[in-house]
Ligand binder design. Sequence first.
Ligand code: PLP
Length: 403
Amino acid sequence: MTQSADWRTHHSGSILPALGRPQRLLVRGQGARVWDETGKEYLDLLAGIAVNALGHAHPALVEAVSDQVATLGQVSNYFASQPQIALAEKLLEVAAAPQGSAVYFCNSGAEANEAALKMSRRVAGGGRSKVVAVAGGFHGRTMGALAMTSKEAFRAPFAPGVPGVVHVPHGDIEALRREVDDTCAAVIIEPIQGEAGVRRHPAGYLRAAREATRSAGALLILDEVQTGIGRCGSWFAFQDPDLGEGIVPDIVTCAKGLGGGLPLGATLTFGDAVTGLLVPGQHGSTYSGNPVTTAAGLAVLTTIERAGLLPAVRGLGQEFAGRLRLIDGVAAVSGAGLLIALELTAGNAKAVAEAALDAGFIVNPVTDTRLRIAPPLTITEGELGEFLDALPAILDTAGGTAA
Ligand SMILES: *Cc1c(COP(=O)(O)O)cnc(C)c1O
């Protein structure tokens, strides 16, 4: 593609239409800022969908990835590598996982959930196939992850899907309890439902899920693909006393922020009983534990720790949410840490996101009426302030303020 060529034509002539047609071509990023091919600058408040935890081109990530790819790029599961082991140990440490816990590395959130689903098939010696998922939940687009995803429009065209999944209404503790019987292999829950619009569960929900799964002998799988790795102000959302209600899950899946921009997912098993569900030969991936992506993950975790980003995320998120609530046209603000959605009083989120893009801000219309904001964890108060200052005019332009 030449510099002067129309990238839109080349994109639509070569990229699968299923992915949609982007509005901008980005060429460069630095910190919380990105630039398009015309040189226009944007404040990136989406970070590749809650992925670029350290922002763009963070020196620690650049160095870790460059050094590793120049040293040893891929080894397969026939060999071990230092970054793989180091990241697994670090993940188990920050998750405060008990003795006997372990990590399976993969390349995406969907794959992390596929591994968890396969583990659930081995519960109680096998034979249980019921998986309880929650309405509004999103778990990925591959067939197993898709079956657990609630949105009918995502699943219907691909029927028959993986059988056994039951979706219970959001927030209904009794409905959840009813479904978790002795045929149930697992319950899968996002601590905050990201794709549903950064939606929380009612108080007591996770605790009820923990009690029900424990007494049924089923697994409690927490999908922390979006909420994990510091996004909500603790390493994992379940560790936040308010979000996690003090529970310890059986499996946690993560991805997005974990690789800081490189494709990396992980399935964490808590305790040796869960770790032992899959025996040698029952699962794997060519790239599992790839040295370059795990080196990236290690750089992400050590930087979050060294830079004190967890308390920073909590503080920034609270302040930002508080100031958003004061803006005319913002009906409500949901989320935790730097995973935030604002509900618009009027107008549609897509139009507002487009107006924001024109004004130099990348935000995501996660539902028809909600904008999702999930910036790099390294974003500053000043940068968030730029958006707060610009938002009233953006809402005006898009017709998004209350009449
Ligand atoms: C993004 C996401 C997934 C899917 O991850 P991919 O890397 O796109 O496969 C799964 N679960 C949740 C909660 C997510 O936000």
